[in-house]
Design a protein around this ligand. Structure first.
Ligand SMILES: Cc1cc2nc3c(=O)[nH]c(=O)nc-3n(C[C@H](O)[C@H](O)[C@H](O)COP(=O)(O)OP(=O)(O)OC[C@H]3O[C@@H](n4cnc5c(N)ncnc54)[C@H](O)[C@@H]3O)c2cc1C
Length: 350
C-alpha cells in the first residue's frame, strides 16, 4: 500500500533536522532518510555559534537576524523534543595586541557591535590561567549546541510523528512525475536533499557549487570550570559535565582523506597552548567535512527541470547559526511561496 505524505527529506545533519522541525511545526507529514553512521560534519561539530568571527573579529553576516532567530528556534526545539542541547554562554576572545584592544574599544561604541559586546577586559580576565596580557572581549548571544543530542532528539520526534528510515537513499529508486515523487511505497509532493558534502554524488545536484572543507577537532580533558567559551585562535567548547572539551578546528580545502592527522593535532595543540597557562590532556581526535560555497552563503531552491526536487545545502563552517533561519525561509517558500533571498538562492549560480 502506498503512503502519501508531504515531504521526503534526505539527510539528517543540521540542515535536514532543521527542515524536519520546521515542517513538523507546520503539521506536515514527513519521511526522513539518513545514514547517521556516515555523518562526518554535524555529528562531530563543536556546535559553536558566535556573532563575531574570523581572525579580524568581524560581525558575522546577517547576525542581527540570525542570532535572535536561532535562540528562539533551539529553545522551542528543546520544548518540542523534551531534550536539552542548547547552551547559550558568554564567549571570551583574548586580544592579541594593544592595537586589537584599541580597535575594540572603538568598535564597542558602534551600534552594529554594541548588541554583541558584553564587556571589554583591559587586564587578564582570569588571573594567570590564560595568556591574555592585553585583556580580551566578552561577547554575548553566543554559545553552543550539543549536536548529537539535538540530532537524536529531532530524529526521535520525526519517528514519533512521521517516519525515520536509517538507510542509504538510492537515487535510482526515485520516481519523479509532474505532481509528485515516489520512493519505495512512499509518495510525496516533494523531496528535499540535505546531504551535506555528499551532494557531490547526487544524480540531480552533483553540479551544485558545494566545495569540501575538511576539519579536525581534538577532545581534551582540562581543569576549567568557568562558565565561558574560550576562543583565541582555536575555540574550547564544553562537551559534557566531566571536564571534557572540544577544541577546533582546522581548515583544509579539497581534502577528503578519511583520517585524522598528526599535522592537525600538532596545529591545534600549539594554538591552544599559546593562550592557556593550564595543562590539558588530549583524549581524542575527529575529522569531518564541511559543505561550503565560494561566497560562504547557503544554497536553497529547486532543480531547474523539476520543482519536485528541492535542495538545502552550503552551510559551510556555520551550520548551527545558518540552519534555523534558512530552514524557515525554505519551508515558507515550500508552503506559502514566500520568496527565497537572492543571496542564498541556488539560481545565483549558473
Ligand atoms: C571539524 C568541524 C567542526 C565544526 N564546528 C562547527 C561549529 O562549531 N559550529 C558550526 O556552526 N558549524 C560547525 N561545523 C560545520 C557544520 O558541521 C556544518 O555546517 C553542518 O554540519 C552541515 O550540515 P549538513 O546537514 O548540511 O551536512 P551533514 O552534517 O554532512 O549531514 C548530511 C547527512 O546526509 C546523510 N546522507 C547523505 N547522503 C545520503 C544518502 N544517499 N542516503 C542517506 N543519507 C545520506 C549523511 O549521512 C548525513 O547524515 C564544523 C564542521 C567540522 C567538519
Amino acid at each position: 500500500m502506498t503512503d502519501t505524505i508531504d515531504y521526503i527529506i534526505v539527510g539528517h545533519g543540521l540542515a535536514g533536522a532543521s527542515v524536519a522541525l520546521q515542517l513538523l511545526k507546520l503539521e506536515k507529514r514527513i519521511l526522513v532518510i539518513d545514514e547517521p553512521e556516515n555523518n562526518r560534519a554535524s555529528r562531530i561539530a563543536a556546535g559553536l555559534f558566535n556573532p563575531v568571527t574570523g581572525q579580524n573579529a568581524v560581525r558575522t553576516w546577517m547576525a542581527d537576524k540570525l542570532f535572535p532567530y536561532l535562540h528562539k528556534f533551539y529553545s522551542e526545539a528543546e520544548v518540542l523534543t523534551g531534550q536539552k542541547f542548547f547552551h547559550p554562554a558568554p564567549m571570551y576572545k583574548p586580544f592579541g595586541s594593544v592595537a586589537a584592544q584599541n580597535d575594540w574599544m572603538g568598535k564597542s561604541a558602534d551600534a552594529d557591535y554594541q548588541m554583541f559586546v558584553e564587556r571589554i577586559a583591559l587586564q587578564p580576565a582570569f588571573g594567570s590561567l590564560l595568556n591574555d596580557v592585553h585583556g580580551g572581549l566578552f561577547l554575548k548571544h553566543g554559545g553552543f549546541i550539543n549536536t548529537i543530542p539535538f540530532l537524536d532528539a529531532v530524529s526521535a520526534l520525526v519517528a514519533s510523528r512521521g517516519m525515520f528510515w536509517k538507510e542509504r537513499f538510492d537515487d535510482e529508486r526515485l520516481k519523479i512525475s509532474a505532481d509528485f515523487v515516489e520512493y519505495n511505497h512512499v509518495k510525496a509532493s516533494r523531496i528535499i536533499f540535505c546531504q551535506g558534502e555528499r551532494t557531490t554524488s547526487n544524480k540531480w545536484f552533483s553540479r551544485a557549487p558545494v566545495r569540501v572543507l575538511k576539519g579536525e577537532t581534538l577532545r581534551i580533558k582540562i581543569d576549567w570550570d568557568k562558565d565561558v567559551i574560550l576562543n583565541g585562535g582555536v575555540y574550547m567548547v564544553p562537551e559534557n559535565a566531566k571536564g571534557e572539551f572540544r577544541v577546533g578546528a582546522t581548515y583544509k580545502h579539497n581534502d577528503r582523506t578519511p583520517v585524522v592527522t598528526e599535522e592537525a593535532r600538532a596545529e591545534l595543540v600549539e594554538k591552544l597552548s599559546a593562550f592557556l597557562n593550564i595543562p590539558f590532556e588530549v583524549i581524542g581526535q575527529d575529522w569531518g567535512i564541511r559543505p561550503t560555497t565560494t561566497d560562504r552563503k547557503p544554497l536553497l531552491g529547486c532543480h531547474r527541470e523539476s520543482e519536485r526536487l528541492v535542495f538545502f545545502n552550503g552551510l559551510g563552517t556555520k551550520g548551527v547559526t545558518l540552519a534555523p533561519y534558512f530552514s524557515d525561509m525554505l519551508s515558507r517558500w515550500l508552503e506559502y511561496s514566500a520568496p527565497i533571498d537572492k543571496e542564498v538562492a541556488l539560481t545565483r549560480y549558473k
